[in-house]
Each structure stands twice: as C-alpha cells, then as structure tokens.
Design a protein around this ligand. Structure first.
Ligand SMILES: Cc1ncc(COP(=O)(O)O)c(C=O)c1O
Length: 485
C-alpha cells in the first residue's frame, strides 16, 4: 500500500486494437457476417483517438424528470438504423478469444414465485454468480486481455469503484500483471484490503474520487500503465455485452424484454448491441433509481447531462454523467428507461432472497425492481422477461437497512406490530419532536425498537421504529394528522 500527496495534471491512455474472435456462439458470428453486407454504409466506430477536453454539460436535477414506477420513459428518438448500428458495433469490436477462461456463462434461471405473483415468466440472468460476484469482470478482463504483452508488463491502473476495481484486480491476477488501484485516503480499510489480497497495489491519495481519478490518470501516463475505465470504452462495453449474447443463446421461445441496471451505461449498451443485432424485436430496457437517473435525463435531452446531485444508496449506479460511448449506443439501441424507488429496490432484494436464497446488492436488484414495476404498470400477462441480477457484494449494515425498508409496509411483522420508516430532518431533537407530535397522541404507538441511519437522503435521516399498533394509523408528517383507519 502507498500513500501519496496529491497534485493534478491530465493525460489519457490509448485504447488498444481488438482483433480476436469469441469462441462462444459461432452462429452469432455468422449472423454478423451476413448482416454486415447489409450495413456497409454505417461508419466504423473510432476507438483509438486521444481524449478531447470534455464539452460543457448541461446541469440538471434528478427531480426534473420523474414518471410513474414501471412506465417506460426516456424513449430515444430513433432514425431506424439501430439494428445496422448494432451489427456494425459488434463487427468492429470483437470479444477476446480467451474471454471464457475467466468469466463464466452465468445461469439463466426461472423465478417461479415472482412469475406466479405477476402472471409472467420472469427469468433471472445470474451475473451475481460470476467470479467476484458481479458482471464487472467481463469488461475489465476483455479490455485487459486484449492488451499487447508489453503493455500488460507495464501494468494497469484504475480508481477504486466497487465491483469495477475488483474486476480489474481479479483480471490482473489471472493475466499475471500488476493492477494499481488508486483510492481516496478516506476509503475504509475493509474495502481496499480485499483488493490487496488479490495482489493489487493500493495507492491512497486525495480526499475525493475526482482527486484519485486525476492522480490515477497522471500516474498511468508516467509509468506507462493502461488506464482501465469502468464503462466508457468499447472493449469494456463489449465484454459486458456478452451477457446479452448469452441470454439470446440460452433463452428458448419469444422474449418480450431484457431489463438491465444502468450506472455509466456500459452494461446496457453492450447488451443492447448484441441483442439488437441478433433479436431486434426484443426490447432492451434500462433501469435507474429515481435519484440517479442520468441516462434517462440524457436521453430526454438528446445529449449527455450532468446531475447536480445523485443518491448514493444504490452504489455502483450513483453516477452523475453517463459515458460518452455508452450514451451514443443507448440512444441508438435501447428502448427506454424505467425508474424505481429505493423501497422498490429493497422489496426486490427481499423477493430475490425468498426466491433464490441470495442477497443481491441494491444495484444487483435494480433490474428486477424495474422488471417487476414494468410488468405491473403495463398489466403484462404470460410474457417472458429477463432481469439481469448484476451483483451481490454488500456490507452488513446495508443488509440490515434493506431488511427494514423492505418491511416498512408492515408485511411480515408480528401481528399487532408495524415497522414505520420515518424521514426526519438531520437536526438535533428531530426524533423527540416527532414523538411529541405523534406518539403521545396515540397510546398504541409505543416505540419498541428503533434504528437510525443518517445521510439517507441529503439533509435527512431515516428512523425505523417497531411499534405495537392495535389498529393501523395514517400519519402525515407534513400536516401533523394522525388518524385511525
Ligand atoms: C452490481 C452493478 N450493477 C450495475 C452497475 C452499472 O453498470 P454500468 O456502469 O455499466 O451501467 C454496476 C456498476 O458498477 C454494478 O456494480
């Protein structure tokens, strides 16, 4: 582990050419060749230009685009060239031939309980079962394994970003190269220790992710290390896209839609590229949390935008700006974005636990939450849908909180008890004022147990109270009204 003083200068790493063919699914590759003849007019994607200074981005708030849970919004304007663009993208960006030496073909599993409840056929693409428990290994390994040997010998570098840095560390271990992972000094030891155990060199620098990122780019330039970005690179996108390739191969019969979690947009862009090439009739639908909706807003405005603030409950998708290449592809290829609340995500995490005995991380359950909401909103019956369960790396405190939020509607509690989730201003005496205002007025609200979580939302805390309620009550925090129902 190194600790560094921080100073800033910018330099980029150049992407590498990628020429190898996947061993997997030769029929898809034949399809590329056939379709390719039809798409001669589409320009090849340029992947090797030096980075330009970023254009100024429009700043927007996540509140400026909200719609009903399950509604398919942010539907991009299309010029009809999506299929040809997908074919061209897959043709020019080929997956590394040794790809499946490290990633596994994850199972596509039927979810009987959720299917029965919703009246659809819900399938889960279990990316949480990849080595490292997330799909991120696919993109990192695909990009790194295509680097020439002499580049690998100089090592790679990235910033610590949850599942991505884990994918980089694991890939470096398999490829026998050094991964340097740069992270702010404030990062908990627990987070970087597991990367160090995989053989990565950890550098602690700066107080923020931006500072660590700037340092990583400069250090990469100085030492000739290749910078591995989390989502904005064709090799990363195509590595992630193999999830779509497998779904098309594994799924029997017709498929209505594939739901994909969206952060920077690498996973959804890659899946859309494969699926729109092989089965253009299948919808590819992105899913975002309501307070981290950078892709929906970018599609809505027809250009990438910068979120002024982003909710951080769903780690990994809490990005303020989606990737440039990812946005370009999503605009051409995806069918829209569904937005879901934190509570819906927690409920889907519980569904997954009941269905498969697996605890997904919030980002890992995001697509399932979107798929469930969409099926309900459109009253879908007997259709087949797939949700990509993208990751299962979670800390214990989040598990506890999710279980509380998932129970906040009182379901599953002992009879006569309810779990209330109460949002309060992050100020001294808030809880006391709440008790004075509400509990003293209704004898049944004796708080038996409470848990406090600060910084749940900006300026707010959430308090979970378990209380024996003889009757159900309606509580309005804004009007102070308490009413038996
Ligand atoms: C578990 C999980 N799901 C989804 C995403 C979003 O992926 P992308 O940034 O490619 O959109 C991430 C990103 O880190 C993730 O860790």
């Amino acid at each position: 582990m190194e600790t560094q003083n921080f100073s800033f200068s910018f330099a980029g790493a150049s992407p590498q050419p990628h020429l190898l063919r996947p061993k997997f699914l030769p029929n898809l590759m034949r399809m590329i060749d056939t379709c390719n003849n039809k798409s001669k007019k589409i320009k090849a994607t340029t992947t090797s230009s030096a980075p330009l200074p970023p254009p100024p981005l429009l700043r927007v708030s996540s509140d400026s685009l909200q719609y009903a849970p399950g509604f398919l919004g942010a539907v991009p304007d299309r010029d009809g060239s999506g299929n040809a663009a997908a074919v061209e993208y897959c043709r020019t960006n080929i997956v590394a031939s040794n790809f499946y030496q490290v990633a596994v073909v994850s199972p596509l599993q039927f979810a009987p309980k959720i299917s029965q409840r919703l009246g659809v056929n819900m399938w889960l693409k279990r990316e949480d079962l990849q080595p490292g428990h997330s799909f991120k290994l696919r993109g990192a390994y695909n990009m790194m394994s295509k680097l020439p040997r002499e580049h690998l010998e100089r090592g790679v570098i990235c910033t610590l970003a949850g599942n991505h840095s884990h994918g980089v560390a694991l890939s470096a271990q398999r490829l026998g190269c050094n991964a340097m992972i740069v992270t702010p000094v404030t990062t908990s030891e627990l987070e970087w220790k597991r990367l160090e155990r995989l053989g990565a060199t950890i550098v602690l620098v700066g107080d923020s992710h931006d500072e660590a990122q700037a340092y990583a780019i400069r250090r990469g330039e100085e030492e000739g290390r290749t910078f591995i970005p989390p989502f904005d690179h064709p090799d990363v996108i195509m590595g992630h896209g193999t999830v779509g390739m497998e779904i098309v191969d594994q799924m029997q019969g017709s498929l209505h839609a594939i739901f994909v979690p969206v952060g920077g947009g690498g996973l959804v862009a890659g899946i859309a590229a494969y699926v729109k090439m092989a089965s253009p009739e299948v919808k590819v639908i992105g899913v975002e949390p309501i307070d981290a909706n950078a892709m929906a807003l970018s599609l809505h405005h027809g250009k990438r935008v910068l979120l002024d603030q982003v909710g951080d409950f769903v780690k990994g998708v809490d990005v303020k700006v989606v990737g440039e290449e990812d946005f370009r592809l999503c605009r051409e290829l995806i069918d829209g974005v569904v937005l879901v609340s934190e509570k819906a995500i927690c409920a889907s995490m519980k569904d997954m636990h009941e269905e498969q005995g697996t605890i997904l991380e919030p980002a890992g359950a995001l697509a399932l939450a979107g798929a469930e909401a969409y099926c309900k909103y459109y009253g879908l019956k007997d259709e087949t849908v797939v949700a990509v369960t993208s990751g299962a790396n979670m800390d214990c405190s989040t598990v506890r909180m999710v279980s509380l939020v998932g129970n906040a509607d009182g379901q599953g509690e002992a009879q006569g008890e309810a779990m209330l989730a109460i949002f309060l201003p992050e100020q001294p005496d808030s809880f006391e004022r709440f008790c004075e205002q509400f509990c003293d007025r209704i004898v049944e609200i004796n708080i038996r147990e409470f848990t406090y979580k600060n910084k749940f939302l900006e300026g707010e805390s959430v308090v979970f109270c378990r209380s024996p309620l003889l009757s159900v009550v309606y509580i309005s925090l804004s009007t102070g009204l308490v009413m038996p129902i």
